[in-house]
Design a protein around this ligand. Structure first.
Ligand code: ADP
Length: 476
């Protein structure tokens, strides 16, 4: 039996701001199908985690966490969900707050989290063979594990879900936040700052990212957010493994949020659309295709491209609904457009899982023209709900969506290459052409219905990677 501990800052079904939570909520379960692996997960215990989960948690242990010149207590609770054991690390000062990110001291909060995880390895009963940390919030756990070696022979894996967020702090906090000799500054330093993500890239035994294309892209300056020299240096240990989705959770046949469940029938999608229209007070025009955007409203998602050509495309017979929260610029933009085109556009400025599911189910097209996209789960969820994705060919979008080809009848969506607004507009116009050509549309929908992105293959790839790090075979 090999023990693996996932360290991460969010996970479904407890707390979610984006795709990271979907992955942490589903990959351990997918890895469970292999009996030789015991995968557990540790997360911060945020105030925002709903009471229904808190009530199920059992106390595990309390201990002191040496943190720079001071001690901070940590208490660990646990619960089992879908056969996976989750630990929740509580500290009132750092995690009893509204929301989960966006505080001035996020760096301190998550460095503390990593220190506390390390102490938990010392004090707790679960001794991992592999510590698998995700994104900058957990990156310091890799650094500390490699330096302090809290568990004999333990190896580390670090997964980059998005290289844009690195956890960068002034170098002079080193003494305050790290109980390390100064010789270790070098591994953490990048461009004169302390950089958690870089620290993990320096220290991890293996590095993964969430699609093969992104694994290539981040070796180049355009995508690397400054870290390409590190990735080139660690090239031998870097692998891209495409994310899957939990196909039981995202299943239109059983999804409890939907007005009408369906396998693939377009007529049932229309029923969902009408129900959603009623709920929103937005009149759905069934003679027009419905396009949706469901995203964090940030530049990464290609929203500047959308802004450039949106009104031009709205001259066509189309309807558009956007769901998302984020940067004010985009929130204002979409609510302004919705108020000027009330029959064509609705802007839902909220984070709402139920609304997201209803939109995936109701729409014909799902738009995601990202500037960069490590993997992207939203396009996979769209396909799962038989909605046609329109994407830019980057990262995981490139690896999961094949642009429809009228001549061969292949392809499960639409895509364009350059980060260029008129290329997006041309692609949108082309989607309309195919939509109105019944034979082509039927063929495209057949392809969409066949698209499958479960975790099965990717979980195997993680298993093979773990196998390289431990002495006993995992898959026999
Ligand atoms: P990222 O992790 O960069 O945000 P992904 O496509 O990997 O992008 O994952 C986004 C996840 O968050 C998907 O599950 C998507 O449905 C969900 N999501 C994004 N915005 C919202 C929202 N406003 N309401 C509900 N779910 C959302």
């Amino acid at each position: 039996m090999e023990n693996v501990l996932f360290v991460a800052s969010e996970s479904t079904p407890f707390i979610k701001t984006g795709g990271l939570a979907d992955v942490i909520g589903s990959l351990p379960q997918a890895l469970k199908q292999y009996e030789q692996l015991e995968v557990r997960v540790i997360l911060p215990l945020y105030d925002e985690i709903p009471d229904e989960w808190k009530e199920q948690m059992e106390y595990v242990t309390t201990f002191d966490v040496p943190f720079g010149w001071r001690n901070q207590e940590a208490t660990v609770y646990t619960l089992k969900h879908n056969q996976v054991i989750y630990y929740f690390l509580a500290n009132d000062y750092y995690f009893t707050r509204k929301g989960i990110y966006g505080y001035y001291d996020d760096g301190e909060r998550f460095v503390y989290f990593s220190h506390a995880v390390l102490e938990f390895l010392v004090h707790g009963d679960f001794k991992p063979d592999i510590l698998h940390a995700h994104d900058w919030q957990a990156a310091m756990a890799v650094v500390l594990a490699n330096i302090r070696k809290p568990v004999d022979q333990m190896k580390t894996v670090f997964t980059i879900h998005n290289i844009k967020y690195q956890g960068v702090m002034p170098i002079d906090i080193f003494e305050d936040f790290f109980n390390l000799d100064r010789e270790h500054i070098g591994g953490l330093e990048w461009n004169g700052m302390l950089n958690c993500l870089k620290g993990a890239l320096f220290h991890a035994d293996k590095i993964t990212t969430v699609s093969p294309s992104y694994a290539e892209e981040i070796k180049y300056p355009y995508y690397s957010e400054g870290l390409h020299p590190m990735l080139i240096e660690r090239e031998q240990d870097l692998v891209g493994i495409i994310n899957g989705i939990d196909t039981k959770e995202y299943n239109p046949l059983t999804d409890p949020y939907l007005a009408v469940n369906y396998r693939s029938a377009r007529s049932k999608k229309i029923e969902n659309r009408l129900a959603l229209g009623e709920e929103l007070g937005f009149e759905m025009d069934l003679d027009q295709p419905l396009y949706v955007i469901i995203t964090r409203l940030v530049e990464q998602k290609g929203l500047h491209l959308v802004q450039h050509i949106f009104e031009e495309f709205l001259q066509e017979d189309v309807q558009f609904i956007t769901l998302g929260t984020g940067e004010q610029e985009f929130e204002h933009y979409f609510s302004d457009i919705a108020s000027r085109y009330p029959n064509k556009v609705a802007a839902l400025l909220t984070f709402d899982e139920g609304l997201a599911r209803k939109l995936y189910a109701s729409a014909d097209f799902f738009l995601m023209p990202s500037k960069f996209e490590p993997c992207g789960l939203a396009q996979l969820i769209a396909l799962q709900y038989k909605t046609v994705p329109i994407v830019r060919e980057t990262g995981g979008l490139k690896d999961t969506v094949l642009s429809y080809n009228e001549l061969t009848g292949e392809g499960n969506g639409f895509s364009f290459t350059n980060y260029n607004a008129h290329d997006l507009l041309n692609t949108l116009n082309y989607t309309l052409k195919i939509y109105h050509d019944s034979d082509q549309w039927q063929q495209l929908i057949r392809n969409v219905n066949k698209s499958q992105f479960s975790w099965k293959e990717s979980a195997l790839e993680y298993g093979r990677l773990y196998e390289q790090l431990v002495p006993t075979p995992i898959y026999g």
